[in-house]
Write a protein that binds this ligand. Structure first.
Ligand code: GCU
Length: 428
């Protein structure tokens, strides 16, 4: 173990040890910093055979594949392959004068099992009109249907019948209902395309034993995968994001080599996992992703494996449940999920009132991914201090972090940081 890591891990453990009352329990959800139990993080630069990883070659040839495999088998499920002969993309409609003529909106359908019409993902693509060459893009899944991300009446109402929240309780359309989370104009004004799709087009968000959404397409790739490690829903959503990127590769106005994948909350977990599996994503943005996303699992603060797998059993593969009550035996922790994205830029954001997502645990993942980013020749977390920064004070370099004042949400403040970050790391 490197000196830096020893100091970080043991330092964290000792600090916690001094403060913890005897009754604290790792499996109970806890939102009291004084009840955080001691823990020791696994070292991303020590392979499972105990050998030190000291070169980028060793990281890419040995340690990275080993870690990715562990996350797949023990937590999210094995990422399936894709039958490209069954993928098809169709531009359904185009409006070249959206946003007062500043942007072009396109509705593009991704068929996952062509020529079958389903399953499919409808992408809403917005491209700035003033661009003279292909533009970088932000890609983000949304929670309630594309028509809820923007109030423009041109946008089609989602036809997804499996998801009940694309409409209100009385069946009403919810145009622009969540528009504050998706600032189309802010993004195209900065010269980026903005692409969104409804996450339940890929896989409905309930437990049906992996029968619905894209799961049937995974069968040919899962014959040798034990049941307990087969693709869970977060893997299905991440797989869908990669297919969305396949589609963006066919749109000439978009530079698909410069796509930032972003996600909020469960979709922040998904963005991290998509970025870990698919190196084509140039930047990865996790907004309030919390437990099973950026937050450290061993740190007993906020949501636990027990709580998350009880409420959302379909998000993770069945094997993950076996770690309830023994988080210390997980062969990884979430800083290593961040490390799997290295050396690509990654932004982890928290919100000060979002204790369920453990802002400090999210910060510590960013901090503890730094040694891998440094091994790969970047300035990693930029020498940021080991304590979380003050609210609304972004820190870091290629790994970036902020804790916005306020609640669990994705706001203009968050987006303006992501735009600045993209400006810096996706130079024109
Ligand atoms: C719940 C869940 C979180 C998740 C969030 C969301 O709060 O416990 O893990 O991030 O939903 O996706 O909205």
């Amino acid at each position: 173990m490197s000196k830096l890591l020893q100091t970080v891990f043991c330092g964290a453990a000792l600090l916690a040890l001094a403060a913890v009352p005897a009754e604290a329990n790792a499996d109970e959800t806890n939102c009291d910093e004084a009840k955080v139990l001691p823990y020791t993080l696994p070292d991303p630069l020590t392979a499972s055979d105990g050998s030190a990883v000291t070169t980028p070659e060793e990281w890419f040839a040995k340690r990275r594949p080993e870690l990715l495999d562990l996350f797949q088998r023990e937590m999210y499920g094995v990422m399936p392959g894709v039958d490209r002969s069954r993928l098809a993309f169709e531009t359904l409609r185009t409006n070249p004068v959206a946003f007062d003529g500043k942007g072009t909106l396109k509705e593009v359908r991704v068929y996952f099992d062509a020529p079958n019409p389903a399953p499919k993902l409808d992408l809403l693509v917005c491209i700035p009109n003033r661009a003279e060459k292909p533009v970088p893009a932000f890609l983000i899944l949304n929670f309630q249907g594309n028509h809820t991300t923007c109030s423009d009446p041109w946008i089609s109402i989602s036809d997804n019948t499996e998801a009940n929240h694309t409409r209100g309780v009385n069946g009403e359309e919810r145009r622009g209902y969540k528009a504050e989370r998706y600032p189309f104009e802010m993004i195209i004004d900065r010269g980026y395309a903005f692409v969104t799709g409804f996450y339940e087009d890929i896989d409905p968000d309930f437990d049906d034993g992996r029968q619905n959404g894209v799961h049937p397409l995974f069968a040919p790739f899962e014959q040798d995968v034990p049941e307990e490690s087969r693709a869970a829903t977060i893997t299905a959503w991440a797989w869908g994001l990669s297919r969305a990127l396949d589609c963006l590769e066919t749109i000439p106005e978009i530079d698909a080599g410069r796509v930032a994948v972003a996600g909020h909350s469960r979709l922040g977990k998904t963005a991290l996992w998509a970025g870990a599996n698919d190196p084509r994503f140039a930047i990865v943005i996790s907004n309030d992703s919390g437990c099973g996303g950026a937050a450290l699992t061993r740190r007993n603060f906020g949501e636990t494996i027990d709580a998350i797998t009880r409420t959302f059993p379909h998000w993770f593969c069945p094997k993950y449940n076996s770690y309830i009550g023994r988080t210390g035996e997980l062969p990884f922790d979430q800083h290593e999920l961040v490390a799997l994205i290295a050396p690509r830029p990654v932004y982890i954001a928290s919100a000060s009132e979002d204790l369920w997502a453990d802002p400090t645990g999210e910060f510590l993942s960013a901090y503890n991914a730094d040694p891998v980013y440094r091994l790969l020749g970047t300035d990693g977390f930029g020498g940021a201090a080991p304590e979380p920064p003050a609210a609304d004070t972004p820190v870091g370099a290629v790994i970036h972090y902020h804790r916005r004042t306020g609640k669990h949400n994705i706001t203009d403040y968050d987006w303006s940081q992501y735009l600045d970050f993209a400006d810096e790391h996706l130079p024109r």
